[in-house]
Write a new protein. Structure first.
Length: 395
């Protein structure tokens, strides 16, 4: 059975592993920065369409020693590229050399290749990506008399290389654009969460979609919209018009239609409990409303301009509150924000009895100003920022 690797942000590997098991993946094993799993083509399509917390789904095709640029070039040239590409198709190469200064590179953006690393080794992602591209192009030009073009935005085949400890794992990217790009969020807002991270936070919170959900500082509405998609069982990939595997030679269009039709048939009509987002900023609420419309969630979630001081929990039933307050980068901002974190603590104590509340923050100093003891903490990364999801049970 084909083996796959779902890449994730650090800290959410275990959540993604559980999701993949529910989607039908076998031999699922959470690793560092992702999840190994196995499955057939149908499972691959279901995973790309339905997984909420993974960033990409890769299919490893070759694993070989690559001690220097020449070895990398030779090994890549040994792959029968005519099985995957021809001069009419486009491709791109993404390369990560673990520990390299330039962590990620796309060959199409490189003007001039930098020098190889010390002792002729591979320490530069740009250079390694260029070597891989050259090997592919040289082989196909020799065999077919013409070469496929590079398209870094929407290639037929995205080749992803990961080089670590003088070994290279070469994979094909089944997802295409990163899976956090659901397609419903067009309007920018201040410091939005990635959709994949928001979904992971919701899963870690243990929120049950039959109970109310509130985000009192919702910004562009990411947590609320991901909650809405979960409550209605809407597969996050249903908004996308393209996946990477569409360009693969074994793309089975009938199977893909079956998988996406089944996902559409599983969408629920109504949410069972209120899902609401509030924010003090008018523009943030306007963008959240816009995004809700695009996600088809206008009737299922509620957004309203409101500050936390005036917040009243929706309905009387207890539920889950998740908030991602500003963290502040400069010292002055951090001082000002202490009062805001204190207000959150007051809100939990005074108005959220019976609720389970969570704060997601990148600043642990500020978290102390909440004035409540967290019953649990999860370590997650928001891009490079080491963050905490803190749980407060309000009895
Ligand atoms: C880090 S952003 C939230 C981003 C959001 N999670 C998203 O994905 O778009 C923090 C938000 O808190 C809001 N905010 C700050 N002070 C507030 C207050 N007193 N009451 C309500 N919202 C507030 C800001 O307007 C901002 O949109």
């Amino acid at each position: 059975m084909p083996k796959f690797f779902a890449t994730t942000a650090k800290g959410i590997e275990a959540v993604a592993a559980e999701e993949l098991k529910l989607l039908g993946a076998v031999d699922v094993e959470a690793g560092y920065g992702g999840v190994h799993f196995e499955g057939d083509l149908e499972l691959l399509y279901k995973a790309c369409l339905g997984v909420r917390t993974a960033t990409r789904i890769l299919m490893p095709v070759r694993d070989f020693a690559a001690k220097n640029p020449e070895m990398l070039y030779d090994q890549v040239r040994r792959i029968k590229w005519e099985n995957y590409l021809n001069p009419e198709k486009t491709f791109a190469v993404d390369c990560t050399v673990a520990g390299a200064k330039a962590l990620k590179a796309r060959d199409g953006r490189i003007d001039a290749p930098p020098a190889p690393g010390p002792r002729g080794g591979l320490s530069h992602s740009h250079y390694a990506a260029l070597k891989i591209k050259d090997a592919i192009v040289d082989q196909l030009r020799q065999k077919q008399g013409a070469r496929p073009n590079v398209d870094t935005e929407s290639p037929d085949l995205r080749v992803v290389a990961f080089i670590n400890n003088e070994r290279c794992v070469l994979s094909f990217d089944a997802s295409g654009a990163s899976l956090h790009e659901r397609g419903y969020r067009l309007r920018g807002a201040k410091a939005p969460l990635k959709e994949t991270l928001a979904a992971a936070i919701l899963m870690l919170s243990g929120w049950d979609p039959r109970t109310p959900f509130i985000d009192p500082m919702c910004g562009s509405g990411t947590l609320v919209l991901e909650a809405g998609l979960m409550a209605l069982n809407i597969a996050p990939g249903l908004f996308r018009d393209r996946f990477g595997f569409f360009g693969w030679p074994d793309f089975d269009e009938a199977l893909w239609t079956k998988v996406s039709d089944e996902a559409k048939a599983q969408v629920r009509r109504r949410v069972e409990a209120p899902i609401a987002g509030y924010d003090a900023d008018r523009d943030a609420i306007a963008s959240a409303l816009d995004n809700a419309k695009r996600a088809g969630l206008s009737k299922s979630v509620h957004f309203e301009k409101r500050t936390i001081e005036t917040l009243e929990p929706a309905g009387s039933a207890a539920g889950t509150l998740v908030v991602n307050p500003p963290y502040g980068e400069r010292l002055g901002e951090v001082e000002e924000l202490k009062a805001l974190y204190g207000q959150l603590g007051d809100l939990f104590k005074q108005k959220m009895k019976g609720w389970t509340c969570f704060i997601f923050t990148g600043n642990r100093e500020l978290a102390k100003s909440v004035g409540l003891r967290a019953s649990r903490r999860f370590e997650l990364f928001n891009g490079p920022i080491d963050c905490r999801l803190l749980k407060y049970e309000m009895y």
